[in-house]
Design a protein around this ligand. Structure first.
Ligand SMILES: [Zn+2]
Length: 148
């Protein structure tokens, strides 16, 4: 027999599942009135905890939450526009090929310096526009950081 009383953990282990307790522990509790009383108290406690009703809301939580959640605005689908533009470009190329026939290649050869110039202007314009946009975004973000 153990010469000290059981700890709370040991008594809980005994109450919940005495099969897992070691023999020494079982021997003590079978002869010790104090520990038996403790075990009885824990048994009562566990029984009353099990009897407690599970906490429930008296309102429908899911509905309340769903009301708070606003549907995100649907992202506009740009694919139709892109396909339409591609179709238009294809049609224009087709019309041009039909009208100019074999001279299409020489037409482009003649236009090459112009095309290169246009490409350069477009590229610079894009880079400038994107850089300005990025800078403005950065400025507004810095403002939001500093003054809010
Ligand atoms: Zn004891």
């Amino acid at each position: 027999m153990k010469n000290r009383h059981l700890t709370d953990e040991e008594i809980q282990q005994y109450v919940l599942d005495w099969g897992t307790c070691n023999k020494e522990l079982l021997a003590h509790i079978s002869q010790c009135e104090h520990c038996q009383q403790q075990a009885a108290q824990y048994q009562l406690l566990f029984a009353s905890i099990e009897k407690q009703e599970k906490a429930t809301f008296d309102f429908e939580l899911a509905d309340l939450v769903m009301e708070q959640i606003t549907q995100p605005a649907p992202v506009p689908d740009n694919r139709a526009v892109v396909y339409a533009m591609l179709a238009i470009v294809a049609a224009m190329v087709g019309v041009m090929a039909y009208l100019f026939g074999n001279s299409t290649a020489s037409l482009f050869a003649f236009m090459q310096p112009l095309l290169i110039g246009l490409l350069i202007v477009t590229a610079f314009g894009l880079v400038g526009f994107l850089g300005l946009d990025m800078y403005q975004k950065y400025k507004t973000q810095m403002k939001a950081l500093n003054f809010s």
